[in-house]
Design a binder for this molecule. Structure first.
Ligand code: PMP
Length: 281
């Protein structure tokens, strides 16, 4: 497996980062994940735009323009012989003597990318549907930034693992913010697709945006508003979205069956529409 690190393509074991890297010391960095399907990148322009925004919000200069990023991503995909899976990208504020304030402006960001082979299209979980739990949202107030500081999400996902389910939806003031690594949606009995409006309380999901654009084709109205835990548990259909899971049907929330306990028809339709889009590149 080949990794990209600071301008070089290296075997995994040779790709090393100094202990004074600010990503390691402070989680002072951001990341992105794009899916790869049939050898091409999915929704990649939007992922690279969000990467640029995340960097801007924390004052790290973007080391590459979008065309350069994409060239590096595709080069890495090719070197790894990847046809389906993920490309992970990370940029930290670089290496400097430990001090909370920023290092000198000429400090180079640390840039790293790796690929992961994964079945994203014919995912058996999408056929069966995912069971999920709700947990308290323990995160900071700038969740719109795709920061590598993911401890709250790690703890949320571990609660899901220990409960034997696939995802945890995080809850603040009685309403779902988002999944530990996904955007939360419900569909009401009158064909309304509901998801939380964008704000600093959640990540602006790239798959979320694509699914909202596809809603009309599935004959769904859209409402961007808060979803209470009680509404989610009693929803006609529910699903979550991310670059790695696309549109993932939810069949159980906190032990409450959603619909008839199988992926809902409108959710399945949205997954099909998204797959068509993803395949088209
Ligand atoms: N919210 C959080 C907290 C996430 O980690 C992710 C996955 N990156 C998402 C939402 C989904 O975003 P996207 O569709 O851009 O992968």
């Amino acid at each position: 497996r080949i990794v990209y690190l600071n301008g070089e393509f290296l075997p995994f074991a040779e790709a090393k980062v100094p202990v004074m890297d600010r990503g390691f010391l402070f989680a002072d960095g951001i990341y992105e994940v794009s899916a790869v399907l049939d050898g091409h990148l999915v929704d990649n322009a939007a992922h690279l735009a969000r990467l640029d925004r995340s960097l801007g919000e924390i004052g790290i200069r973007n080391p590459h323009d979008a065309a350069e990023w994409e060239r590096l991503q595709l080069d890495l995909v090719r070197r790894n012989g990847l046809t389906e899976g993920l490309v992970y990208m990370q940029v930290t504020r670089g290496v400097f003597e430990r001090d909370f304030g920023f290092p000198p402006a000429d400090t180079s960001p640390t840039v790293m990318m790796f690929t992961q082979a994964k079945t994203v299209a014919a995912n058996p979980l999408a056929e069966k549907g995912a069971r999920i739990i709700t947990v308290e949202d323990l995160r900071w107030k700038r969740r719109d930034i795709k920061s590598v500081a993911l401890l709250a999400q790690v703890l949320a996902k571990q609660q899901a693992v220990e409960a034997g389910v696939s995802e945890a939806w995080m809850v603040e003031d009685g309403a779902v913010t988002e999944g530990s690594s996904s955007t939360a949606f419900v569909i009401t009995a009158d064909r309304t697709l509901v998801t939380r409006p964008l704000s600093t309380a959640l990540l602006p999901g790239i798959t979320r945006a694509s699914v909202l654009r596809l809603a009309a084709e599935a004959d769904l109205r859209i409402e961007e508003r808060l979803i209470t835990v009680a509404e989610a548990q009693a929803a006609a259909e529910a699903f979550y979205t991310s670059a790695s899971s696309f549109v993932m049907p939810v069949i159980e929330i906190d032990g409450n069956r959603i619909g008839d306990g199988r992926p809902g028809p409108l959710t399945r339709r949205l997954r099909e529409l998204y797959l068509e889009l993803a395949r088209a590149g």
